[in-house]
Design a protein around this ligand. Structure first.
Ligand SMILES: Cc1cc2nc3c(=O)[nH]c(=O)nc-3n(C[C@H](O)[C@H](O)[C@H](O)COP(=O)(O)OP(=O)(O)OC[C@H]3O[C@@H](n4cnc5c(N)ncnc54)[C@H](O)[C@@H]3O)c2cc1C
Length: 417
C-alpha cells in the first residue's frame, strides 16, 4: 500500500484524487492465526502493530465487535502526558510519550500530536507540596516537569481566574511535552500501519466465548465462527471482566462511566491543557475551536455509554469556578465511555491464569495517553510470554502480594480513583 506524503497529496490533487485506497482492508476472518487480539480500540490495534513491527509476528487478527475506534478511543478527551508519581507508572508513561513523539513517522499517519503543555493547578499549600513531590519524582526519572507560580499560570493561560475568591490559584505543575492527539486518527493510523504489515482487522466480529483445553487457550468463538490461535490478547477496556468471565476467572476491575463535553466553536482561547485542582474539571481547545472538557467518574458501575446529569452539573459548575467566562458558553454535545477501573488506579499488562491468554486492561480514565506504550508492552508480553521490565509490576497478583500501585493514595475504592 503506497504511503502518505506531501508529494502524494500533490500528485493525487493533480489527477483528481483518483488513486487513494482505503486506509485498511476489510478483512474476513481466517480459521486460524498465530495471535488473536480482541478489541479494535487503540490498545488492540497498537498491540497488533507492534507484534508485526517489533517482533515480526504478522499472522495476527484484531477482532472488533463494532467498528474500530468507536469505544473509549473515539470518546476520550485526548490528553497525552507522563506526569505520574510512582516510578513504575511514570517510567511506563514516559516510554509511551516517547513513542507518541515519533508516532506519526512510525505509522506514516497524521495523528495530530500537539505538545501544547499540560498544567495541573494547585490552590493551597498541601496541593503545592503534592505537586512538588510529583514533579521531583518525575525529574528523578528524567521526565520534564516545571512548577509555575501564580504569574506563570496567568502568563500561560490568561483565561484562568487566578484571583478566584473561593479557590485562589497558587500555581501549577507543568509538563510542556504533554498535550493532545487526535483520537480517531490514532485508531485509524494504527489500523493503517498494522494492515500494511499483513494484520487482518476484522470488524463486526464479536467474541462470545473462549476455547480453552487443558488450561491453555486454543482460540475464540465469535459471531463469525470459531477462530483458532495459541495466543490471545484482550484489549477490551470496560468489557474486560465480561471477557475474563468467558475464560473462567475474575479480575479486579469495575466498569464505570466517564463523560466528555464539547462546547460551540470559538476563536483560539486556550492553547494548553489545564486541570482544576479544586473540583473535577479539565479543558483544552480542539483544532475545530470547541472547548473539550471533562471531569470525574460517575460513581456507580454501568455499561451505558451515556452519563448522568449530577456529574454533568458538577463538571459545568467546576468549569465556571475555574474560568467564569465559560458561563456564557453553549455546550454542544456530551457522551460517556465505559472505563475499566482498578482498585489502585493503575493498569494490568500481563499474563493471566489461562496459558496463552494475555491482557492489557484497567486503564481507568487515563488510557489514551498509554495507547502506544500499552500496545508495545502487550506485544512484548505476548511475543516473549514474559513481561518487559516496564510492565513487570502491572500484574493481576499485585493485590494478593500487597504491592499496589496506588498513584493517588485513594485506597481500595474503584470509584474514588
Ligand atoms: C470521556 C472520556 C475521557 C477520557 N479522557 C482521556 C484523556 O484525556 N486522556 C487519556 O489518556 N485517557 C482518557 N480516557 C481513557 C481512554 O479513552 C481509554 O483508557 C482508552 O481509550 C482505552 O483504549 P482501549 O483501546 O483499551 O479501549 P476501547 O477504545 O474502548 O476499545 C475496546 C474495544 O473492544 C471492543 N470489544 C469489547 N468487547 C468485545 C468483544 N466481546 N468482542 C470484540 N470486541 C469487543 C469494543 O467494541 C471496543 O472497540 C478517557 C475516556 C473517556 C470515556
Amino acid at each position: 500500500m503506497p504511503g502518505y506524503s506531501g508529494f502524494r497529496i500533490l500528485t493525487e490533487g493533480l489527477r483528481g484524487n483518483s488513486g487513494w485506497k482505503p486506509a485498511w482492508r476489510k478483512a474476513a476472518p481466517k480459521p486460524s492465526y498465530d495471535v488473536i487480539v480482541v478489541g479494535g480500540g487503540g490498545h488492540g490495534l497498537a498491540t497488533a502493530f507492534y507484534l508485526a513491527s517489533e517482533h515480526g509476528i504478522t499472522n495476527v487478527a484484531v477482532l472488533e465487535r463494532g467498528l474500530i475506534g468507536q469505544g473509549n478511543t473515539g470518546r476520550n478527551t485526548t490528553i497525552v502526558r507522563s506526569n505520574y508519581m510512582l516510578p513504575e507508572n511514570n517510567n511506563f508513561y514516559e516510554h509511551s510519550l516517547k513513542l507518541w513523539e515519533g508516532l506519526e513517522q512510525s505509522l506514516n499517519y497524521n495523528v495530530m500530536m500537539s505538545q501544547r503543555g499540560v498544567i495541573n493547578l494547585f490552590h493551597n499549600e498541601a496541593q503545592k507540596n503534592a505537586a512538588l513531590r510529583r514533579g521531583n519524582s518525575m525529574r528523578l526519572n528524567g521526565i520534564d516537569a516545571e512548577i509555575l507560580d501564580r504569574d506563570g499560570v496567568k502568563a500561560m493561560c490568561p483565561i484562568v481566574d487566578v484571583d478566584n475568591g473561593r479557590y485562589p490559584v497558587m500555581g501549577g505543575l507543568l509538563q510542556r511535552r504533554g498535550g493532545t492527539a487526535r483520537h480517531d486518527a490514532v485508531a485509524w493510523g494504527f489500523a493503517h500501519a498494522a494492515d500494511a504489515r499483513g494484520v487482518d482487522i476484522v470488524e463486526h466480529c464479536e467474541v462470545t466465548g473462549m476455547i480453552i483445553e487443558g488450561g491453555a487457550i486454543q482460540g475464540v468463538r465469535t459471531t463469525r465462527g470459531e477462530i483458532r490461535a495459541p495466543k490471545v490478547g484482550l484489549a477490551v477496556a470496560g468489557s474486560t471482566s465480561t471477557l475474563t468471565a468467558m475464560a473462567g476467572f475474575d479480575v479486579p476491575i469495575e466498569t464505570h462511566l466517564l463523560q466528555a463535553f464539547v462546547s460551540e466553536g470559538l476563536k483560539p482561547l486556550i492553547d494548553c491543557v489545564v486541570t482544576f485542582g479544586a473540583g473535577h474539571f479539565y479543558v483544552s481547545q480542539s483544532d475545530k475551536g470547541g472547548l473539550v472538557f471533562g471531569g470525574g467518574l460517575d460513581g456507580y458501575p454501568s455499561y451505558g455509554q451515556r452519563g448522568t446529569l449530577p456529574t454533568a452539573e458538577h463538571v459545568y459548575s467546576a468549569g465556571v469556578s475555574m474560568i467564569p467566562a465559560l458561563g456564557r458558553l453553549r455546550g454542544l454535545r456530551s457522551w460517556a465511555g465505559v472505563m475499566d477501573m482498578t482498585p489502585d488506579g493503575s493498569p494490568y499488562i500481563c499474563k493471566t491464569p489461562v496459558q496463552g491468554l494475555y491482557m492489557t486492561a484497567g486503564w481507568c480514565y487515563g488510557g489514551f495517553k498509554a495507547t502506544p506504550g500499552s500496545g508495545w508492552c502487550h506485544a512484548w508480553t505476548i511475543a516473549k510470554d514474559a513481561p518487559h521490565r516496564l510492565n513487570a509490576a502491572h500484574t493481576l497478583d499485585r493485590f494478593r502480594e500487597g504491592r499496589m500501585l496506588d498513584e493517588r493514595g485513594n485506597g481500595p475504592f474503584f470509584w474514588a480513583q
